[in-house]
Design a protein around this ligand. Structure first.
Ligand code: GDP
Ligand code: MG
Length: 177
């Protein structure tokens, strides 16, 4: 398997990908520290955060990687993807261009990771219903077509953030145990 196993401990590398400003860093800070930053620059430079989750009575460590803004220059390196067993592909439901980019992110993911990588399509900022630009149905059908899990989230009000990460972590656990 791909896991680093130390006794009863598992360490799963999960990567966050998607266009700039879709909310990747805030999804991670919401999940790992229950924090939200309105100033996106505040989270630049974080490499990864480790979060312990219990699955079937086992302690699983999720090491979640965040870009340091390289996605702005389409310069996410292969080192970022190396060893990843899970990925959250994030778009912003209020900006269609970020949804249009999902295909490109999936291509990049399949270049660097094998097909067993657990993948979740995440439509973030679902609190912005009044300026929604991508319907729930569009998200769902893209996910179905590509064989991805799907969830809409809000890092701002915490909707589905915990669940999105946990579904991916559970899927990894099933895949490799
Ligand atoms: P990243 O570039 O993908 O890491 O995006 P950031 O996490 O830095 O977020 C970009 C901007 O979107 C920041 O101003 C955040 O405050 C804002 N943001 C992130 N998540 C949400 C969300 O769920 N809802 C709303 N309304 N704003 C969000
Ligand atoms: Mg970021």
């Amino acid at each position: 398997g791909h896991e680093n196993e130390v006794g009863e401990e598992y360490l799963y590398k999960i990567v966050l990908i998607g266009d700039s400003a879709v909310g990747k860093s805030n999804l991670l800070s919401r999940f790992a520290r229950n924090e939200f930053d309105t100033n996106s620059k505040a989270t630049i430079g974080v490499e990864f955060q480790t979060q312990v989750v219990e699955i079937d009575g086992k302690e699983v460590k999720a090491q979640i990687w965040d870009t340091a803004g390289q996605e702005r220059f389409r310069a996410v390196t292969s080192a970022y993807y190396r060893g990843a067993v899970g990925a959250l592909i994030v778009y912003d439901i209020s900006r269609r261009t970020t949804f249009d980019s999902v295909k490109r992110w999936l291509d990049e993911l399949s270049t660097h990771c094998d097909t067993t990588t657990a993948r979740m399509l995440v439509g973030n900022k679902c609190d912005l219903e009044n300026i929604r630009d991508v319907s729930v149905e569009e998200g769902k059908s893209l996910a179905e077509a590509e064989g991805l899990f799907f969830m809409e989230t809000s890092a701002l009000d915490a909707t589905n953030v915990q669940t999105a990460f946990e579904v991916v972590i559970r899927e990894i656990y099933i895949n490799i145990s």
